[in-house]
Design a protein around this ligand. Sequence first.
Ligand code: SAM
Ligand code: DTB
Ligand code: SF4
Length: 349
Amino acid sequence: MPSVKIQGPYARNLAYSRLSARTWQMTNARNDWTREEARALHDLPLTDLLFRAQEVHRATQPRDAVQLCSLLSIKTGACQEDCSYCPQSSKYDTGVEAERLMDVADVLGKAREAKEAGASRFCMGAAWRSPKKGSRQFQQVLEMVRGVRALDMEACVTLGMLDDEQTRELRDAGLTAYNHNLDTSEEYYGEIITTRTYKDRLDTIGRVAAAGISVCAGGIIGMGESIDDRVGMLVTLANLAPQPESVPVNALVAVPGTPLGDRKPVDPLELVRICAAARIMIPGARVRLSAGRASLSREAQLLCFMAGANSVFFGDKLLTTGNPDHDADLSLLRDAGLSALVPASDAAE
Ligand code: SAM
Ligand code: DTB
Ligand code: SF4
């Protein structure tokens, strides 16, 4: 595995970007976006939209650093929820084999490998509606979080809906961020998921923020939603107080067997617009170019970076589907003159 301790002018980026993002958040982030102005922004001529996104990007983020996050499915398949996009729902026959929660030591081994390969954040996903109250599995997840933090990596988990106690325990374990996506607009949500509501989603996000854990929340495009649905989702995210620390922008990976298995891929330029609008509306966030990257050209990915995306999932697998491999991503960064964000303590070495 290649070791990529990317240093250089942005070696202090992780610490710098948090400070800069928070400063911007306090002074410039707005929580009063209307759908009309967000739609007008989204629909700008693309070069104007990119220009505005670059202005915000350069004022708030290290301008040429991309955070590499590695993702691991710690508990796969057999989920009770019916999310129409998801290969892990038990309602659909997608060929994904259900697996029990992984051992803590195996997960930490993967985290160590990810760090060695250049990742500064380790994200763990479980196909749960919510973690079982007082379960041994939840205690194991807490151990995983503590272990990842001890490696001096940011730790993120996505485990479904949380109650107050679980949220506090995750915070006390040192969790950096909790991923809980809105996926689409409130109006379109019922077309995609019927086993929970938008309000359920917002409640968990509110609990996470109230406990002092950073919120990672974003969505998916390419599920048959309208542009107004995409903009509506961004407005809901931007008007959260505090705004999310990171915003994953996923392009649907159409998995055969799911209700959305036949959907045509979105035009990459539509993804560029969402990245740019997210950068402008949620200026302090890491905008994470997430699922769907395996079908994007290098040029399309670079346009997303110009639009303000500054984080990707790094490694050849997302949860159950494919992603560009390490070499492809490292050569993309190198050829574009971008660098990987390194943990603050590494930068200080
Ligand atoms: N079960 C938890 C939940 O739903 O919050 C965590 C795991 S879930 C797989 C995490 C996110 O992955 C979803 O909210 C969705 O945004 C994204 N996702 C899942 N399947 C996808 C697909 N086929 N294409 C794009 N994004 C997908
Ligand atoms: C997010 O928004 N995207 C990631 C992460 N958060 C957990 C998951 C993408 C999953 C894509 C389908 C799969 O690999 O199963
Ligand atoms: Fe379950 Fe999450 Fe997949 Fe929905 S997105 S089916 S909650 S794993």
